[in-house]
Design a protein around this ligand. Sequence first.
Ligand SMILES: NC(=O)c1ccc[n+]([C@@H]2O[C@H](COP(=O)([O-])OP(=O)(O)OC[C@H]3O[C@@H](n4cnc5c(N)ncnc54)[C@H](O)[C@@H]3O)[C@@H](O)[C@H]2O)c1
Length: 313
Amino acid sequence: MKNISVLVTGGAGFIGANLVRMLLKLDYKVTVFDNFSTGRYAYLEGLPVDIVEGDVLDRDLLVEVIRSHQSIIHLAAQTGVPGSLIDPYQDCEANVVGTLNVLEACRAAKDSSDTKMSQKIIFASSNAPLGRQIPPASEDKAPLPVSPYGASKLAAEAYCLAYYGSWGLNTIVLRFGNVYGPFSEHKGSVVAEFFKAICNNNVITMHGDGEQTRDFVYVADLCRSVLLALDCDEVGEVYQIATGIETSINRLVEMVQDVSGSDTSIYKAPTRHGDVRKNYSMIVKARDMLGWDPEVNLDLGLRKTYEWFVNYT
Ligand SMILES: NC(=O)c1ccc[n+]([C@@H]2O[C@H](COP(=O)([O-])OP(=O)(O)OC[C@H]3O[C@@H](n4cnc5c(N)ncnc54)[C@H](O)[C@@H]3O)[C@@H](O)[C@H]2O)c1
């Protein structure tokens, strides 16, 4: 019986909806903090969670809510490169100032006498901070972001590490690969877009020549890494969370067509600014320090995801 209170910012989103279910199975007491800008109430329907509708830019509310929780999983963010190109200020506010607000509220909770904050602060980062580094992405490479999103995630990572260094907050940064799985109907990520196109009998839109590569990690595997991080004593650290396997978008199209039995046609759109050409990660550190390994291969993960899309749409 865990009986530990965990606050999940962004818990109504894609990763949040999956993670909250896994936390509940392990008997964590879960509160979701979300402004529902992209997340959905429907994803949390019927779950025994407390929901606080709020924005990570609301400092007072964060201080009030965080003080009654032992661990924080900070997922809330402006979550992609395209949004950051459209409005870099909004991206910076949500991702940098929002994270700083979470950390400050955790510091206040740690300092106050009625605090329960003693456990972990897990920050959801990405490979975007590494940017134009030659793959594989790894924790020891110098970040060279190519998008405002990469810059804002990098700044937020830096604050997490600084709050460990300056005030001993138990922060852990997890850099997620390309996550896919159930509860992603609202997402513009490549797997979600392909399955939505197939379910709606639309053409699949592919950006660039399709030879760009990504490291696709199934959401349940990814959430297991977060659960392990909650129990990990190696804090003030950055971990790459992916599979170590590089898959081209052309190969992904073949796989989603095979999984869905569809021969939907492909529309090739121009390459998007800020997208990196090749991307996959080394996951040795997560294996060694978190004891984490991905278990669901891409074929199985795509089948589970397609099944969810068919039932949801
Ligand atoms: N999905 C991926 O492939 C991926 C890859 C790398 C990193 N990440 C990171 O993981 C986290 C979760 O991503 P996701 O894919 O679940 O995205 P998502 O958009 O589904 O979830 C984000 C959630 O945060 C909420 N939110 C956004 N801004 C907020 C704010 N200012 N205050 C309060 N709530 C706010 C949204 O309503 C949503 O519920 C993000 O930090 C994202 O950058 C995701």
